[in-house]
Design a protein around this ligand. Structure first.
Ligand SMILES: *Cc1c(COP(=O)(O)O)cnc(C)c1O
Length: 394
């Protein structure tokens, strides 16, 4: 550990407040650190390792693929990318096409380009404005950080691209629409902002209004997508038909891949958008296997059973510690407990790690749990036992 920490401190830019732990291996929801200490992982790499760590099927699929071809460029056809796109579209239930990049921010960049081109093409005036929500999170590139409705993230990096307008709530959006608005970009459950679900009825009404006004509804499902909320997409759960959807985190099971999908299938011509690595043989193969595994689990009812078990144990934990937690939200495997104050939250996260369970923070005072969708009952039990120990030693 000390050598890794020294190297990291010496050579990696300090953009992360890292916890003092170095992980070396894992299996499903279990992790082992450099000292051999074992942990239960309730974070799955921030909703990335959707089918757990070191998933045998994903690893085997990747190994078979890279023994043949890792990358060939997007100038040629490759089966893994075409198959991944077909699976994503079929599972979504929407009539769409995909573009592949490498991250959530890049997926959202694609969405923003779709919106801007749509605004150029339709109507008599150039439409360029995109409405997003306060407390949202859409990424760290110059454009997606500007799309993110958190002023604290806009220090230092301007000037930014024009045209992002923040609504304080979904109810405020209609009053912000004007002749220059081309799109609305929202998370249905705000992740980084504190695991905050939007009101389903309000979203459905907004979707209807936007359709009437020919303004795109774009849903950032980078965190909520790939069965995180129990449905393949949160958009399925909310029973809406967005024009654009972005995916990333859980899609590759840990291999970097992002996607933007849209019903505007003719929006881009050759040359309008691109990515060197996007959807290459390695990442697309990982995505295909992750999607196969999760679709099977969903069909067999295993996914819903896992969610129900986690939810029930979370409820018990919450009820046992009402002195510390003020509210609870659980949408599929996207869960949070609001903590009475930020100091207590920091203590809980540190104690939890000492006791052998990894948990996340979101917003200012939210304890966030994003376990692997494949987490077993034993792992859930061990995780909450460790969390109970952490709480009783506060
Ligand atoms: C994580 C996240 C992003 C950014 O994804 P990166 O892969 O870090 O670029 C964008 N939107 C949402 C909702 C996210 O949770």
């Amino acid at each position: 550990m000390s050598n890794t920490k020294e190297l990291d401190t010496g050579y990696v830019l300090p953009t992360y407040a890292r916890a003092d732990v170095e992980f070396v291996s894992g299996e499903n929801a279990r992790l082992v650190d450099a000292n051999g200490k074992k942990y239960i992982d309730f974070t799955s790499g921030i909703a990335v390792c959707s089918v757990g760590h070191a998933n045998k099927r994903v690893n085997e699929a990747i190994c078979n693929q890279i023994a043949k071809l890792t990358h060939i460029s997007n100038l040629y056809y490759t089966a893994p990318q075409a198959r991944a796109a077909e699976k994503i579209v079929r599972l979504s239930g929407y009539d769409m096409k995909c573009f592949f990049g490498n991250s959530g921010a890049e997926a959202n960049e694609g969405a923003i380009k779709i919106a801007r081109k749509f605004g150029e093409k339709e109507g008599s005036v150039k439409r360029y404005k995109i409405i997003t929500l306060e407390h949202s999170f859409h990424g760290r590139t110059i454009t997606t950080v500007k799309a993110t409705g958190q002023e604290s993230m806009h220090n230092y990096f301007g000037p930014f691209p024009d045209g992002f307008v923040y609504a304080d709530s979904i109810a405020q959006i209609p009053s912000l629409l004007d002749d220059h608005t081309c799109a609305v970009l929202i998370e249905l459950v705000q992740g980084e902002g504190g695991v905050q679900p939007l009101d389903k009825k309000a979203v459905q009404e907004l979707a209807k209004l936007l359709k009437e006004k020919n303004i795109l509804l774009m849903v950032d499902e980078v965190q909520t997508g790939i069965y995180r909320t129990g449905a393949f997409l949160a958009s399925n759960l909310f029973e809406i038909e967005p024009d654009v959807i972005t995916l990333a985190k859980g899609l590759g099971g840990g291999v970097p891949i992002g996607a933007v999908m849209t019903s505007k299938k003719d929006i881009f011509n050759a040359g309008d958008h691109g990515s060197t690595f996007g959807g290459n043989c390695l990442s697309a193969t990982a995505a295909c296997e992750v999607l196969d595994i999760l679709e099977e689990m969903d069909t067999k009812g295993e996914l819903q059973a896992n969610i129900a078990y986690f939810e029930a144990e979370l409820e018990k934990f919450y009820e046992a510690h009402r002195d510390v937690f003020t509210s609870k939200v659980g949408i599929g495997m996207m869960c949070r407990l609001r903590v009475k104050d930020g100091d207590t939250l920091a203590k809980i996260i540190n104690k939890a790690r000492e006791e052998g369970v990894m948990v996340l923070k979101a917003g200012r005072n939210t304890l966030r749990l994003l376990p692997a969708l494949t987490i077993t009952k034993e792992e859930v039990d061990e995780g909450f036992t460790a969390l109970n120990r952490a709480l009783s030693s506060l």
